[in-house]
Design a protein around this ligand. Structure first.
Ligand code: IPM
Ligand code: MG
Length: 364
């Protein structure tokens, strides 16, 4: 597949809160590396920003834009107004809808520690030194989407509500393959995380992953229960290469893993399905508490743009140039508040984004 001889189109969806501040910085980085290739970026509305203008969180115009695009660069959705609106408009989260409608079943969350940020983590430097792991989170199943769900009547006059952890064999199989293939490209180790000791869904998970492992004799497969995995991730994180897990456990473990790298503001993600149209977003949310202040860390969004170039557009060199740009500004001592340390220079969102774009341009 060669994408490079036609114009590439990116749907840029900043969304809410700090999404509006960090995504423009990621756009700058993309522009800085794609000068030689025609890339078109068009902005669309999603989340509360869209509700305010159109009455809908995922308007048709945005769906059309996504349809016409090769990749989606996404910021965040949410905030107090949106949460309040959602209670009376329960059409589901637009982000979850996109993940499901576009069949983006594998969510890649690379957790790498920039050596410059060794001291930004709450963990001891010797625990996290050399950290380079990849969490692959299943994104289309589990308790996020399982039916039945919602309020149930129990006949005893008390409110009761349910959600269902549910997986088909096919769903587990496809993300397991993604896990094994990623491990083959890396250090050959895959750890599958489940709760097979208690939950039937997770016993099925373990069975299917074990079956799939027969096709990958060169990958070493281990299994951990989610509680033990959560512990091991802070006790001895560098033992991990690739972790594959379900939607819910992956959500939780990846926030935990982000802290190993110093901040939630450092972790990018790529959501990929069968085709090349992926959705790229920082793993953090809209952070209403700091939104509008110009202090958010744009690096997770910028690194997500690098993943977009790598996975959707096969532009490995350009992806690396963005990552090198990030490394360079960190080495130069620039820090947003979340990764600030003594002796560093505190910068805001825009200054950080400009510095990365400049570092990319200077290296060209
Ligand atoms: C994430 C987020 C989302 C999730 C929320 C915003 C729906 O926490 O991408 O990790 O739970 O998947
Ligand atoms: Mg999350």
């Amino acid at each position: 597949m060669s994408l490079s001889n036609r114009k590439l189109k990116i749907a840029v969806l900043p969304g809410d809160g700090i999404g509006q501040e960090i995504v423009p910085e990621a756009v700058k980085a993309v522009k800085a590396v794609t000068g030689h290739v025609p890339v078109e970026m068009e902005q669309g509305e999603i989340g509360w920003t869209a509700v305010e203008r159109t009455g809908e969180a995922l308007p048709q115009a945005t769906l059309d834009l996504i349809e016409a695009s090769d990749a989606i660069l996404f910021g965040a959705i949410g905030g107090p107004e949106y949460e309040a609106w959602k209670r009376t408009n329960p059409r589901g989260s637009p982000l979850l809808r996109l993940r499901q409608d576009l069949k983006l079943f594998a969510n890649y969350r690379p957790v790498t520690l920039f050596p410059e940020l060794e001291n930004a983590s709450t963990l001891k430097p010797e625990v996290i030194r050399g950290l380079d792991l990849l969490i692959i989170r299943e994104l289309n199943g589990d308790i996020y989407f399982g039916e039945p769900r919602g309020p149930v009547s129990n006949g005893v006059g008390q409110r009761e509500s349910i959600n269902t952890m549910r997986y088909t064999e096919a769903q587990i199989r496809q993300v397991a393959h993604a896990g094994f293939r990623a491990a083959q490209r890396r250090r050959g180790k895959l750890c599958s995380v489940d709760k097979a000791n208690v939950l039937e869904t997770m016993a099925l998970w373990r069975d299917v992953v074990t079956e799939v492992s027969k096709e990958y004799p060169n990958v070493e497969l281990t299994h951990l229960f989610i509680d033990a995995a959560a512990m091991s991730l802070v006790r001895h994180p560098t033992q991990f290469d690739v972790i594959v897990t379900g939607n819910m456990f992956g959500d939780i473990l990846s926030d935990e893993a982000a802290m190993l790298t110093g901040s939630l503001g450092m972790l990018p993600s790529a959501s990929i399905g069968a085709g090349s149209k992926g959705l790229y977003e920082p793993i953090h949310g809209s952070a209403p508490d700091i939104a509008g202040k110009g202090v958010a860390n744009p690096l997770a969004a910028i690194l997500s743009a690098a993943l977009m170039l790598r996975f959707s557009f096969e532009m490995e060199e350009e992806a690396r140039r963005i990552e090198d740009g990030v490394r360079e500004v960190l080495a130069a001592g620039l820090r947003t508040g979340d990764i600030m340390e003594a002796g560093a220079r505190r910068v805001g969102t825009r200054e950080m984004g400009d510095a990365v774009a400049e570092a990319i341009a200077a290296a060209a």
